[in-house]
Each structure stands twice: as C-alpha cells, then as structure tokens.
Design a protein around this ligand. Structure first.
Ligand SMILES: Cc1cc2nc3c(=O)[nH]c(=O)nc-3n(C[C@H](O)[C@H](O)[C@H](O)COP(=O)(O)OP(=O)(O)OC[C@H]3O[C@@H](n4cnc5c(N)ncnc54)[C@H](O)[C@@H]3O)c2cc1C
Length: 532
C-alpha cells in the first residue's frame, strides 16, 4: 500500500505543479515579525549545504504537524546499547530485521502496524521475519476491526460514471463517522460507549490469545485514548516469534538487551521505540517571535501556563499573518485530521485573501462564479475598489480568550476528561491541547463564516507611518452596488449565450474564459465609464 500512497502523492504534486515551489531538505529554524514592514523574516537551514539563509514573507503558514517530533528515549542506559535504536518515525531503512531479536517499546497505532509485518512469514518476496520480537506495553488500547473493503470493478465504474454517486458515497461515509461524536459526551454518550465497548471486547476475544485478553481490553472509557485499528496485530500475537510483555516494564537498557523491573533480561539486536510524539509542545523547536518580539512560548506561558491554545486552532494574538495548521485542539477522535486541516486552509485563505490578492478583483475572478464565491472579499473589493488593501490581520486577544475558555469548558464534558492518561492532556496543566469539542461540520461552519469582529486588519495610516487598525472595509453605497449589478448582468448574458449555443454547464466556464480573453478590454472600458 505504501507505494500506492507514494504514487498518489507524487501524482497530486505534479498535477498542481507544487514541486517547483518546494525547497527540500530545508528546516525552518525561526520566524520573526518585522513590525515596520509588516512581514515575517524566516530563517531556514539548507540541510544539504549546512547553511542558513533568510526569507521575507508577507505571511507564514505552518504545516509542521503535531505528530512529527518523536518522544526521545528516557530509559536509563539507552546510550550504552550497541545495536540500532531508533524511533518508528525516523525508521532506519537500512535496518534488516531478518532473523534478529528485536525489542519494541509501545503498543499504539505505530507498533501495532509494524509488529505484524516484522513477525510475519508473508508471501515469497516479503522479508524474512524476525527471530523474536518482544513488545513492551504500558496500557491497553481499544482495538477495533479495520474496515478496509475491496472495491469491485462494477462499484468503481459506478463511482466514476454515475453522477453524484461518489459524492453520495463520501457523504454516507462522512456521516457514518461524524455521528460517532455523540458517544464522546460523558453523560449522554454512555449507551453508545457501552455498546462500542462490548463490540470491541468481543472482537479482541475472538482474535487474540486468551492469555492477553486482560491486557488488550482496557477498563477506561472507550474513546478517551485514541482507538487503534487492528492491522493484523491481534493475529500476530499467536505467532511463536512474538511476545507481549504488558506488566513488567523495562528498568534499564544494557549493551545487548533490556533488563525489566523484575530483573529478567531480554537480549536484543535492535530496539524500536514506538513511544509517541511530543504533542504538548507545538511549533517546536522553532522560535516564533511576534509583535513586540514576544516568543510564542512566552505568549503561551503568560496566557495558559505553557499549554498551547489558539483561535480555531489556527491563530494566536500578537502573531499577525501567522497561521498554524493542525494547531492546538484540532484533532478529532472520530474523523480525519485531513478534513480539519482543509477547513483551516479555508479559514486562512479567507483572511489572507484581501492581503495578498491585488486590490481589485481580477476579471477572471469576476466572471467566474466559482472563483468569485470562493473569494468572498472579491465582492468586498468590488463594492469598494478604492479601499487600500490591508497589510496584515491579527486575531483579537479577547476573541482568543473567549474561544479557548469555551473550548476547555466544553472539553470537560467529554470523554477525554474522564480520567485516562492520554496525549491529548498537557501533563503540566491538565488542559486538553489536542481535541476539538464539537461535531466536525461545526468546525467547518466556524471556518466558513468568520466572526468579523474577532479580527483586526492593519492599514498604513495617512502619513505612511505606523498602522491603523480596523475591520475589513466593505462597500459604500448604492453606486457600488450598481456596479456589482452590472457585473451580474454581464455574467447572465454570457451564460444565456452559452445556453443558446446549446452548451452544457461545463462549457460555460470555457466560454467565460473566451469572453474574458477577447472582451477584457471592452469590459474594462465599461467599468471605467461606470466609475465616472
Ligand atoms: C502512527 C500515526 C497514525 C495516525 N493515524 C491517523 C489517522 O488514522 N487519521 C488521521 O486523520 N490522522 C492520523 N495521524 C495524524 C497525522 O499526523 C495527520 O493525519 C497528518 O499526517 C497530518 O498532516 P500534516 O501535513 O499536518 O503533518 P505531518 O504529516 O506530520 O507533516 C509535517 C511535516 O513538516 C515537516 N517539518 C516539521 N518541522 C519542520 C521545520 N521546522 N521546518 C521544515 N519542515 C518541518 C516534517 O518533517 C513533516 O514533513 C496519525 C499519525 C501517526 C503518527
């Protein structure tokens, strides 16, 4: 499956011509807000040349993920181990596990995916399995069946050729997952959770050796820790070369193995850490300095005792034109993070569009309804074309405070506050740093319909010195509305012409493109006349 996903990523990157815009092997070290010029100075290390350089940018959008900095090994003696010792997120691709003795630490989503592969005597071409894999686990996770259907050619053809079939199917999948949110409410979700708990326990008992049942069926509330989908993990526990040690943790690592708390020694050629990520340290180890030179770390120390919090998981007050995807409280227990990130992108672009787009909407934007609707401020700028474009946008501190207080209050009612240990909770403050407390479509709605008063836009003041803050300036009077009316009328004529020529909806876009190319000058003339 990995090559298929890899191919898909490459295909998308080529399709949208993304690759030329990427600087590979480049790590962002810091970003500093330059108040006078209203832009960010970003310091980057070119890892191939081992050189640092700076870039100026109007805006910074961080997409560093929140599960990308692995937890380091804290077990005493790890520096003495002679063989390979690495985290699953930084897998050593030269490591050949065939006939080796391997110790795996952890039993979450990562270990349960690679342990079955390492222990399996798969088809002819697959790697030889390990001689022995010893897995150490600390807590049980809910393991449930992985739905991974194979689609028949007929089904695929239906998806491709029947109008709306794919969208309807996607909507059904979406709703099937979205409705699970009801189970997260500590009080009203009890019956949903007890049904799920029963189903999970039955699944484990049907697939795992009995000796492990107590260590595979948790006693905490289901949903409190992230559930693990079974990728043949339970089947792998039957294998001779696989041992799970759930109740005798590693005390020390020695040069050729590990010693457990009970004193047992387990020899190892390699140790793989599947011990999770640094989730309560966001945008780390970069240094981000916003207005007044304040670092993001100091901002969070001052406001939430060090726990990262943000407006819609995306913006922090004092950090203008800075947006973070998969920021604080954007993870869901029931849907994909990719969906959340797409909503954040929508939110980010809506705020950035008046800043980075030209001060007037382009003819193409005006004549293409899809583009016009996707950039609402095009309408604003059409209504008031003379308005100076804002230079930056910042979220108001009181809006952030209101949002995060609501968020933490709501989270207290949900299953993540029911007492399990979970990476969603900041161990220092107990605040939930990861989860969003509502249905995901409500997150989407919040990203789509912005609360105008929560943001401030900065404009150059009259003398060109300093900044004046204000809202986004929108329209001023019926003359501008009349101008919009003309544009709608022109657009309707174009659509009417297309229809008379017997063209379908798809062709209308193409026709509009022609109208734009051929008639741009004439349309511009009409607009200039109107302006007078
Ligand atoms: C084992 C595991 C299972 C998961 N399962 C699911 C799942 O089932 N569903 C789900 O929705 N999510 C899942 N996730 C969460 C997953 O992280 C996200 O869905 C997704 O990968 C987030 O994409 P992203 O692009 O935001 O971040 P990432 O995929 O984490 O990408 C971040 C990128 O930023 C780079 N980067 C970091 N710091 C810097 C820097 N300073 N300079 C330059 N580049 C930098 C990193 O190298 C990386 O390439 C899982 C994560 C893990 C680890």
């Amino acid at each position: 499956m990995q090559p298929e996903i890899h191919k898909y990523f490459h295909g998308i990157a080529d399709q949208y011509n993304i690759v030329p815009h990427i600087r590979f092997k480049s790590a962002v070290e810091s970003a500093e807000w330059d108040e006078e010029n209203a832009n960010w100075i970003v310091t980057i290390t070119d890892q191939q040349k081992n050189q640092s350089y700076k870039l100026r940018s109007r805006a910074v959008i961080s997409a560093v993920g929140s599960l990308s900095i692995p937890n380091s090994c804290q077990i005493q003696g790890h520096e003495n181990f002679q063989g390979p010792l690495f985290h699953s997120a930084t897998w050593d691709s030269t490591f050949d596990w065939s006939n080796k003795e391997v110790v795996v630490i952890g039993n979450g989503c990562s270990a349960t995916q690679f342990a079955p592969i390492m222990t399996s005597r798969g088809p002819k071409d697959s790697p030889t399995p390990v001689k022995k894999l010893t897995q150490f686990s600390r807590q049980a996770h809910f393991l449930s069946e992985r739905q991974n259907p194979t689609y028949s050619p007929a089904f695929r053809a239906a998806m491709r050729y029947i109008p709306f079939a794919m969208r309807t199917y996607r909507a059904a999948i979406y709703w099937g997952m979205e409705k699970d949110f009801a189970g997260f409410d500590i009080e009203s979700g009890t019956s949903v959770r007890s049904d799920l708990k029963k189903t999970n326990a039955e699944y484990v008992k049907a697939h795992a050796p009995q000796q492990y049942w107590d260590h595979l069926i948790p006693d905490h509330e289901i949903g409190c820790k992230r559930k693990v989908l079974d990728t043949d993990y339970l089947a792998s526990l039957w294998r001779d070369n696989m041992t799970l040690i759930p109740n005798d943790p590693i005390a020390t690592i020695e040069s050729d193995g590990v010693r457990t708390q009970s004193g047992a020694f387990i020899s190892a050629d390699a140790i793989v850490l599947a011990t999770g990520f640094q989730t309560s340290k966001l945008l780390f180890p970069m240094t981000i300095r916003g207005q007044g030179g304040q670092s993001l770390e100091d901002h969070w120390n001052e406001t939430y005792n060090g726990t990262p919090q943000a407006y819609l998981g995306t913006m922090m007050p004092g950090f203008p034109n800075f947006f973070t995807l998969m920021g604080p409280n954007t993870v869901t227990g029931h849907l994909s993070v990719i969906y959340t990130v797409e909503c954040q992108i929508q939110f980010t672009l809506s705020l950035l569009e008046p800043i980075i787009a030209p001060s007037r909407p382009s003819m193409t934007a005006l004549l293409n309804p899809a583009e016009l609707l996707s950039t609402p401020s095009s309408v604003a700028r059409l209504l008031r074309p003379n308005a100076t474009a804002p230079k930056y946008v910042a979220v108001k501190p009181e809006a952030t405070e209101r949002h995060t207080s609501w968020l933490q209050r709501e989270l207290k009612k949900l299953v993540w506050s029911s007492g399990c240990t979970s990476w969603a909770l900041d161990p220092k403050t107990g605040l939930n740093v990861a989860m969003y407390p509502q249905y995901q479509f409500l997150f989407w709605m919040r990203c789509l319909f912005l609360v105008k008063d929560d943001f401030e836009f900065a404009y150059k003041d009259g003398r060109g010195k300093g900044w004046k803050m204000g809202g986004l300036r929108v329209g001023e009077g019926w003359r501008n509305l009349r101008r919009l009316g003309w544009m709608v009328a022109l657009f309707s004529v174009a659509v009417g012409l297309a229809r008379r020529r017997g063209l379908g909806v798809r062709d209308v876009n193409g026709l509009i493109g022609d109208v734009v190319q051929e008639g741009a000058g004439r349309v511009r003339g009409v607009l200039v006349a109107l302006k007078r």
